[in-house]
Write a new protein. Structure first.
Length: 259
């Protein structure tokens, strides 16, 4: 009986009555929800991580032995906190936008003890600062580059520079970031599955760059860019810095759609 009353209360709480008397209209307010699913992997090896905890908007799921998870019935929102934790890996925090019934979110976790851990942390912080679209982060973003930082001169890298994805030099980085801030309303800028090779105080990182962005009015568009690339880093005063950036393949995806 008590459960029946609770259900009646919940139903009534989602009902809005407009007007009064015989002309009154009853409107049922439905809260739209969606599901988020994906795979949690080790960012260095690419191996799936089983038993990881995925918290999305306060709803928690654990990954299976293949690193797969699904968090269901999440109210749609432009900004939802996501926190992922797993043994022997650093905690991952971010926000996602859920505006559809089904959203794929794959995440790579940085291992705690690894020769590559510091480089992966630099890449994570670098992309996070760019995604913030915060002009106050420009000095921080620039600090991740060496002063003699350069980019490749092949055709696909030139297109990346032209499209505003890649800063052409250390001195021009502030203008590049300001242009991004002025152009985009939302931005996700990810380094996916980085493969690190060390040579003394230098390192070469092969990876996939993924950019998902929404431009501001008057012509809002959604951009999706996927391309393989390379970063060379050099250790300076104990800190890893980006010295070279190159795109190493044709764009796997370079699409824009109107919003």
């Amino acid at each position: 009986m008590r459960l029946r009353y609770v259900l009646i209360f919940l139903f009534m709480s989602l009902t809005v009555v407009i007007g009064c008397g015989e002309d009154a209209e009853e409107v049922i307010v439905v809260i739209e929800k969606g599901d988020v699913y994906g795979t949690i992997t080790d960012k260095e090896t690419g191996d799936p991580i089983g038993g990881a905890s995925v918290d999305i908007g306060g709803k928690v799921a654990l990954t299976d032995k293949d690193g797969k998870y699904a968090v269901k019935e999440i109210p749609l929102s432009e900004e939802i906190d996501i926190v992922v934790t797993a043994a022997n890996h650093r905690e991952y925090k971010d926000t996602i936008s859920l505006d559809q019934k089904l959203l794929l979110v794959n995440i790579g976790l940085v291992p705690v003890e690894s020769p590559s851990a510091h480089i992966l942390e630099v890449l994570e912080a670098f992309s996070s600062d760019i995604e913030s679209l915060d002009p106050n982060k420009i000095p921080s973003i620039q600090s991740y580059l060496t002063r003699d930082y350069t980019v490749g001169d092949n055709e696909v890298t030139v297109v990346g520079v032209w499209s505003g994805v890649i800063p052409p030099s250390y001195d021009e980085l502030p203008d590049t970031i300001l242009t991004i801030i002025e152009k985009y309303d939302k931005l996700k800028f990810k380094f996916v599955n980085p493969d690190v090779e060390f040579s003394g105080n230098s390192a070469k990182v092969l990876m996939q760059f993924e950019v998902y962005a929404e431009t501001k009015p008057p012509e809002p568009k959604k951009w999706e860019i996927v391309v393989d690339g390379r970063l060379d880093l050099r250790k300076e005063n104990g800190d890893w810095k980006i010295a070279y950036w190159e795109l190493v393949s044709d764009f796997k995806k370079f699409e824009q759609k109107p919003l």
